[in-house]
Design a binder for this molecule. Structure first.
Ligand SMILES: Cc1cc2nc3c(=O)[nH]c(=O)nc-3n(C[C@H](O)[C@H](O)[C@H](O)COP(=O)(O)OP(=O)(O)OC[C@H]3O[C@@H](n4cnc5c(N)ncnc54)[C@H](O)[C@@H]3O)c2cc1C
Length: 385
């Protein structure tokens, strides 16, 4: 498999670095203080063509997953919180619209979504249903010309800043678990919707909101995909976003690693830079090696996704390994900064918490292990007695 980054992609990445420097770096302190990624940034991303989809011939066209993964890695090095806000737009909202939006929904919202004007978030998780996605209780009751939604989505990233939400609700309460849920595209200014921003300590400055639905009417044409197939559709969206979010996890680890190495080289303790103590030098070597191994896994998973092959196994391997290294490396990096690392404004401060956050989203590490185990059994031991 060829993992080299094509020349045109490398040039694109340089352009993206300039974009990040101009549009993100200088604004981050303000965004972090205010706890919001402004809508103007989402539009700049869209107008510059940095999302995972483009609009062509009145259709959404997916850009390569490797490109998306590389871009998210780069944003996350700077700010995992900004990266997740972008991931939601690109890899949950737009992906759901592309895969399960009706022609009418795509025609109405697609072009604006690609430009970062119609922001779409994704709400599945409820208080009593996260990993067990089939356990949701939000209901959608049929009326003559639509549906009435009641319930709440407990943790929705970009919930406050978005215009639309893809949500799941139970439409067939008596049906088996895999046929009782449907997916809807809901305008967030609809009557009966209220949103509350949660006070979180991870992935700053993205917003995480609770969305309440109280007798919210949506017309029939707001159903996405097939009635009763909402669970499968949700899991498909999560599988598609698992490789991009692995790029985000890699960037989280790599951002912390770069800071740690700078610190180890410059900070003098007992008359020598920290890096000259062999125990620390070995830690740097060990983390570098493991980070590179995870990176190869993530890029090879992205190549598999772009080839059109079944990439479920690779996606879970990529998420599992990239998150494991981020969870170990980030607290180590913070530790190298000693007391300075506990100050909220310090650049290294965010990384340990953001590594924890990425372990929870798009399937926890346990969920990845369940998928990996099942795929091992299917792929590797299918023919064994
Ligand atoms: C910062 C942040 C942003 C988020 N944004 C969104 C969003 O935009 N939209 C959205 O819908 N959701 C979002 N979520 C929710 C996220 O998807 C869920 O937190 C995740 O699916 C886990 O669900 P849970 O929190 O209910 O934990 P649970 O599912 O209750 O898991 C609790 C523990 O049990 C373990 N566990 C669960 N099942 C098994 C099993 N079968 N075997 C072994 N162990 C198991 C888990 O690994 C975990 O350790 C967000 C979460 C966070 C933290």
């Amino acid at each position: 498999m060829d993992f080299s980054i094509p020349v045109e992609r490398a040039a694109e990445l340089e352009d993206f670095d300039v974009f990040l420097k101009e549009k993100v770096s200088s604004n981050l302190p303000t965004w972090n203080r205010e706890g919001i990624v402004p809508r103007s940034f989402f539009q700049m991303m869209g107008n510059a063509g940095w999302y995972g989809y483009r609009w062509q011939d009145e259709r959404l066209v997916k850009r390569p997953g490797l490109r998306e993964t590389l871009l998210l890695e780069r944003i996350a090095k700077l700010s995992p919180g900004v990266a997740v806000a972008v991931l939601i737009v690109s890899d949950l909202g737009l992906t759901a619209l592309n895969l399960f939006g009706t022609d009418g929904q795509i025609e109405r919202f697609g072009a604006g979504a690609v430009r970062g004007e119609n922001l779409i978030c994704f709400g599945n998780t409820e208080n009593l249903a996260g990993s067990d996605a089939a356990g949701i209780t939000m209901s959608a009751e049929k009326t003559n010309d639509g549906w009435v939604l009641n319930g709440s989505k407990a943790y929705t990233t970009n919930g406050l800043v978005s215009d639309l939400a893809v949500v799941t609700a139970v439409t067939e309460p008596e049906a088996p678990r895999n046929r009782r849920i449907s997916m809807f595209l809901v305008e967030l200014d609809s009557e009966g919707i209220s949103r509350k921003k949660l006070n979180k300590q991870v992935w700053i400055p993205s917003d995480l909101s609770r969305i309440e639905f109280n007798q919210v009417f949506v017309p029939d044409d707001h159903l996405m995909g097939n009635q009763g197939k909402g669970l499968q559709q949700t899991l498909t969206v999560f599988t598609n976003s698992r490789i991009p979010i692995s790029g985000l996890a890699l960037g989280t680890a790599a951002g912390a690693f770069d800071l740690a190495v700078q610190r180890a080289r410059s900070r003098m303790v007992f008359g020598r830079p920290i890096a000259e103590f062999q125990s620390k030098a070995f830690e740097i070597a060990d983390f570098y090696a493991r980070l590179e191994a995870a990176r190869l896994m993530v890029y090879s998973a992205a190549v598999a996704m772009d080839s059109g092959a079944d990439f479920r196994f690779e996606a879970s391997l990529a998420k599992y390994l990239s998150v494991e290294i981020a969870k170990e490396l980030c607290p180590w990096a913070a530790d190298l900064f000693g007391a300075a690392s506990v100050v909220r404004e310090h650049p290294v401060h965010k990384f340990p918490m953001d590594a924890w956050a990425v372990s929870l989203a798009e399937g926890t590490q346990d969920v990845q292990k369940l998928v990996i185990f099942r795929e091992i059994m299917k792929k590797r031991f299918q023919s064994d007695g």
